[in-house]
Design a protein around this ligand. Structure first.
Ligand code: GCU
Length: 642
């Protein structure tokens, strides 16, 4: 076996599966053939029957696995459900779980489980840290990389069924005929694995590509252009999924350029996709330099439009109201749109979490958002329930995440970043699975089932997100990254004359009195975007959770925290704890050498070294800078800045 990480979690026993006569299946199709091949290559258990069963329609792409006498029967309405069932039993086998007496019913939490690739047509990836793009646009449509199919298989194995191929900062060229022909080739390869292709589109395409006078959504010529484009796309790709749109955000064109609303823009596109069953994922990531708190802007723009969107439009909302920070309060738009479908956008690629250098397991971050109670329909109105159709029957439910995949051998840059791709897929399939269960499965599948490895490594993974928060931005601090690349600390960044909303000093507001962004009634009043009782809880310094304290409050340096320390001391100890934990991870990993191949051992070891150095850098930079305001001593028992 190659140990370069290229096999991801798909390390099943090779070419050692059951013979063809142990697989009972009617029919023959590309998807069924993949299912059969996987079993013949890797399944070492009992006889298997694969049955399509139209009565299982309510499982919406799910499946059942049942032990019937001496065989296992996998049933599903659709063939893709059978393939998912096959990957399920292979996972059970690989994790040494029971494969007898099974009575499993699986129904996905979301209809559309989608990766957003921020890949550009020139092969670069926005915020990509695993090499260049997997899509070789220059070689397509003629030359086909074997990795296209490997990618599809990896996604299918965890239930991901959709991919946006290109950057949200979309080139109009994506919709050019020659590019669509390339896209068609990828769509054909992905189809048997149940993956639909979607594209990010540039709102100015009619003008730039079609030579029209403008791209005004109410202009009949513009509407006609999109209609023709849709027809051209669907001729090539009959199951094309739809469009993802970043409009009037960070300089991208949009309907507001013509005095129209997001709804006007989204609906125009929804109308042309509707006859083919396509959808529009319209992003709510909008903000502009203004006096208004950035955390409030999307809410202000979108809430008045509630109910004005077509039923094949979903508003795609980042988990937090600022931008994929190590920790944010959840985005108050969730639950605020009562008559409009909403979906979460997570970021798997670690733009704000140490790129592919830091080991940060993201399942706890994803779960924190999904489990957040918005109180929109009373207690228990979690983001999971708002977006999965439980609380508001959605025509179509979806969940997305910005991919961390590139053409690196190990796909994701850091071996442990594979776990974040895996975790997103597993949670998109079933948001009820715990972070621990997912880590457990992933470790067993990717490394070993030796307890001496699993337990310490799992502990390291499960604490790693909080550790990163501690050494970067504890207690609700946010966006104090170096500008542009977002790798290291730059809390002193003050882009006078530039955009204040891109300046770290705007976010931490440190001064002689204290630190933190006042979002209470005396400040920006962003707390009022939250439903009661959250507005009160967050708005009151005494009841605000301490891990969001500086998100919502400007707090005096000598403020007494729950454990009796002053805010300054608490902040100092948090940074120090972050550093100490990473050093602990290094020790843990060093002890894992006997249980892991040398190649991956050394790779992770050297990355942890970088992470430890970076953690110290963060701690020293932030504490020394903030100390210029607090004028308080760094506690004697924490490591001195050098
Ligand atoms: C962040 C990121 C950008 C990206 C943007 C988006 O601001 O830094 O690179 O384009 O998010 O999500 O649209």
């Amino acid at each position: 076996l190659a140990e370069d990480g290229s096999q991801l979690w798909l390390r099943f026993p090779v070419k050692n599966g059951v013979s063809a006569d142990k697989i009972i299946v009617k029919g023959n199709s590309p998807t069924l053939n993949i299912a059969k091949k996987e079993l013949m290559n890797h399944w070492q258990g009992q006889e298997i029957e694969l049955r399509t069963d139209k009565s299982l329609q309510n499982l919406k792409g799910g499946y059942t696995i049942k032990s019937v006498q001496n065989k296992l029967v996998i049933s599903a309405e659709k063939e893709i459900g059978l393939l998912y069932g096959v990957y399920h039993i292979l996972r059970l086998q690989q994790t040494k779980s029971a494969v007898t007496n099974l009575n499993i019913t699986e129904k996905p939490s979301y209809d559309v489980r989608i990766l957003n690739h921020w890949d550009n047509l020139d092969g670069t990836i926005e915020r990509g840290y695993a090499g260049h793009s997997l899509w070789k646009w220059e070689d397509l449509p003629k030359t086909i990389s074997p990795r296209y199919e490997e990618y599809a298989r990896a996604n299918a194995s965890i239930g991901i069924n959709a991919a946006v191929l290109n950057n949200v900062n979309a080139s109009p060229n994506m919709l050019r005929k020659d590019y669509l022909e390339k896209v068609k080739v990828l769509a054909d390869i992905f189809r048997p694995y149940g993956i639909k292709v979607y594209l990010s589109v540039n709102f100015s395409s009619p003008k730039v590509l079609g030579g029209l006078e403008n791209s005004d959504p109410l202009n009949k010529d513009v509407q006609r252009w999109w209609k023709d484009k849709a027809s051209e796309i669907y001729k090539l790709i009959p199951d094309f999924g739809g469009f993802l749109v970043k409009a009037n955000s960070e300089g991208q064109p949009g309907p507001q350029d013509y005095g129209r609303t997001h709804a006007d823009g989204a609906n125009m596109m929804a109308d042309v996709l509707k006859p083919y069953g396509g959808i529009v994922m319209w992003r709510a990531f909008v903000y502009s330099p203004s006096k208004e708190d950035r955390a409030k802007q999307a809410y202000l723009e979108f809430v008045p439009l509630d109910g004005k969107f077509r039923d094949n439009v979903i508003i795609q909302i980042k988990n937090g109201p600022v931008d994929f920070q190590p920790r944010e309060a959840f985005n108050p738009l969730f639950g605020a749109l009562k008559k409009t479908s909403e979906m979460v956008e997570f970021q798997i690629t670690q733009e704000y979490l140490g790129f592919s250098n830091h080991l940060v397991y993201l399942a706890p971050l994803f779960k924190e958002t999904l489990d957040s109670d918005t109180y929109s329909n009373g207690k228990g109105s979690t983001i999971a329930k708002i977006t999965d159709g439980t609380l508001r029957p959605a025509k179509i439910s979806a969940i997305s995440a910005v991919s961390n995949i590139g053409k690196d051998k190990n796909w994701t840059g850091h071996h442990f970043a594979q776990a974040n791709w895996y975790a997103f897929g597993r949670l998109a399939w079933n948001h009820g699975v715990t972070s621990e269960q997912i880590a457990d499965e992933w470790i067993k599948m990717t490394f070993t089932d030796n307890e001496k490895f699993i337990n310490p490594v799992k502990e390291m993974m499960l604490t790693s997100r909080e550790t990163a928060v501690d050494y970067m931005m504890p207690l609700g601090l946010h966006h104090i990254f170096a500008s542009g690349h977002h790798y290291g600390p730059e809390p002193w960044g003050d882009y006078k004359g530039g955009r204040p909303d891109w300046s770290p000093v705007y976010y931490h507001q440190a001064n002689a009195q204290g630190i933190g962004f006042d979002r209470t009634k005396s400040g920006s009043n962003a707390v009022s975007d939250y439903f009661p009782p959250l507005n009160e809880i967050y708005g009151n310094i005494k009841t605000c959770p301490e891990n969001l304290l500086l998100w919502f409050h400007h707090v005096p340096w000598d403020y007494q925290m729950k454990d009796g320390k002053t805010l300054w001391e608490e902040l100092s100890y948090k940074y120090d704890t972050g550093v100490k934990n990473v050093r602990e991870y290094q020790k843990i990993w060093d002890k894992m050498q006997p249980y892991v191949d040398e190649e991956r051992f050394q790779n992770v070891q050297s990355k942890l070294k970088i992470q430890a150095k970076d953690a110290v850098w963060w701690k020293d930079a932030c504490l020394l800078y903030f100390q210029t305001f607090s004028k308080m001593p760094i506690p004697y028992d924490i490591e001195r800045p050098v």
